[in-house]
Design a protein around this ligand. Structure first.
Ligand code: NAD
Ligand code: SAH
Length: 414
């Protein structure tokens, strides 16, 4: 029994889903095999990922594999009501309403978990948190699950250390086929896509401050440079800072960078990266935003405290007028800008991330009897398989090691 905003929006959602399906060849190949082999026959899967067209496609692929799929979002601002309506029309139980408040969001997750899933797909650990707490009663059939993002995996590992992981979980983010491309090139493109269409401003000639030079930060900084911005990187890790320097980015603490930036993009997975003392020295009309997991990287509450007025400027831009008259413009409430103010990563990228999800779920289903409550790495063969399928789909071929080369690389004799 779905809970969505408006069934009449389905035609637009169906169009979006059909469009992305044409650009997700790795997942299409998996779908074809799933259709024949039905690896999920008799299994119920709850999926909590940004509820937009590429996720919808993942849901359809899992259904082709025989699963009873129940779909929800992982962030109320990234849920697209037309896609939710389309999935409902396609007969998938869907729980997603754009813009609901935190309680409304949690209610939708709880409704989804009432299907008592065997398998889950989580993005940030919200389903796991519920299954380890107030929804434990819906977890009695759990075989395992997959986690999509960096921050979610940090939390799973913390639960594992504390001995409170509700079920075996696969670290999908840590697969090469996921974070090498999704976190770097996906976040690199989709963050700028969202920032540019939301602000309708130039990037060239601006000073962009990127907080965190991890996988996401590297992508964001690289694309900013490519579009003609001067890029400053802030870091806490000396090696990442050195790497950024050698890419010719300026590196300095946020206390200093705050004075120079026109646009700020955080991607640290940490909290309190841009706080009151930084707002106090930012330029008039500076634009802080976040591409990291949670909305605690940019302290929007502190900015609200400093401001004498807050006012809407454009869709997804809120202005904060400070006592001295400066205005700072926060995008998408400080939530991850590429999804809360955009369509997230492009289809070709989510093709790879969701291929990892689909094969990891299949692996869990096939190994269900021998698993412990711990965090599992995605097996290297699956990862490799996705890399090769993707290359083939792009019409690319690569060299193959000869037996002599393999022996040379593996030995010490030569
Ligand atoms: P990562 O671990 O590769 O990189 C994070 C970097 O931030 C590290 O280099 C770390 O040293 C640095 N850092 C930590 N605290 C800092 C601080 N206070 N100031 C400056 N730098 C700091 O992680 P990642 O894969 O790049 O992911 C970063 C965040 O983005 C996570 O929360 C992840 O879940 C999220 N993410 C978002 C998207 C998206 O679509 N927007 C995609 C993938 C991941
Ligand atoms: N629950 C968090 C979500 C973190 S999002 C929140 O509060 O919003 C980070 C993850 O979103 C990434 O790991 C990436 O794989 C995923 N993502 C990016 N673009 C996406 C898209 N178009 N569709 C579905 N998921 C996407």
């Amino acid at each position: 029994m779905s809970r969505i905003k408006d069934r009449s929006l389905a035609p637009s959602g169906l169009q979006k889903i059909q469009w992305v399906r044409d650009f997700m060849p790795a997942l299409s190949g998996i779908e074809e095999r799933f259709r024949r082999e039905k690896p999920f026959a008799g299994l119920t899967i709850a999926v909590s990922v940004h509820l937009e067209a590429k996720t919808a496609n993942l849901g359809l692929v899992l259904r082709e594999g025989g699963a009873d799929v129940h779909l929800t979002g992982c962030n109320p601002l990234s849920t697209q009501d037309d896609v939710a309506a389309a999935m409902d029309q396609l007969g998938v139980d869907t729980y997603g309403i754009h813009g609901v408040d935190p309680q409304g969001y949690e209610d939708l997750l709880v409704e989804t978990l009432k299907c008592r899933p065997h398998l889950i797909v989580d993005d940030g650990g919200d389903l796991i948190a519920l299954l380890g707490g107030r929804c434990a009663e819906y977890g009695t059939r759990l075989v395992g699950g997959c986690e999509e993002t960096t921050t979610g995996i940090h939390r799973l590992r913390a639960r594992e250390r504390a001995g409170i992981l509700p079920c075996p979980m696969m670290a999908v983010n840590d697969a090469k086929a996921k974070h090498y491309y999704d976190n770097k090139y996906g976040t690199g493109q989709s963050s700028w896509d969202a920032i540019m269409h939301t602000t309708n401003l130039m990037v060239a000639g601006k000073t962009v401050v990127v907080a965190g030079y991890g996988w996401c930060g590297k992508g964001i900084a690289m694309r900013a440079k490519g579009m003609g911005a001067e890029v400053i990187v802030t870091e806490v890790d000396p090696f990442k800072a050195l790497e950024a320097t050698m890419e010719n980015f300026r590196v300095m603490p946020m206390d200093e960078a705050a004075r120079y930036g026109d646009i700020f993009v955080t991607a640290t997975g940490c909290r309190d990266v841009i706080v009151a003392r930084h707002f106090a020295v930012m330029k008039n009309n500076a634009i802080p935003c976040n591409s990291g997991h949670f909305d605690c990287e940019v302290d929007v509450a502190a900015l609200a405290n400093l401001a004498r007025e807050r006012f809407p400027r454009r869709a997804n831009i809120e202005g904060f007028r400070l006592e001295d008259g400066r205005v700072l413009n926060v995008l998408a409430e400080g939530r991850l800008v590429n999804l809360a103010a955009g369509n997230g990563h492009p289809a070709e990228i989510m093709d790879m991330s969701f291929a990892v999800q689909a094969l990891s779920l299949e692996w869990l289903a096939r190994h269900r009897d021998g698993l412990d409550r711990r965090v599992y790495e995605v097996p290297a063969e699956l990862d490799d398989q996705i890399g090769r399928v993707k290359l083939a789909a792009m019409g690319l071929t690569i060299d193959t090691l000869t037996p002599e080369q393999e022996a040379y690389l593996a030995g010490w004799e030569a």
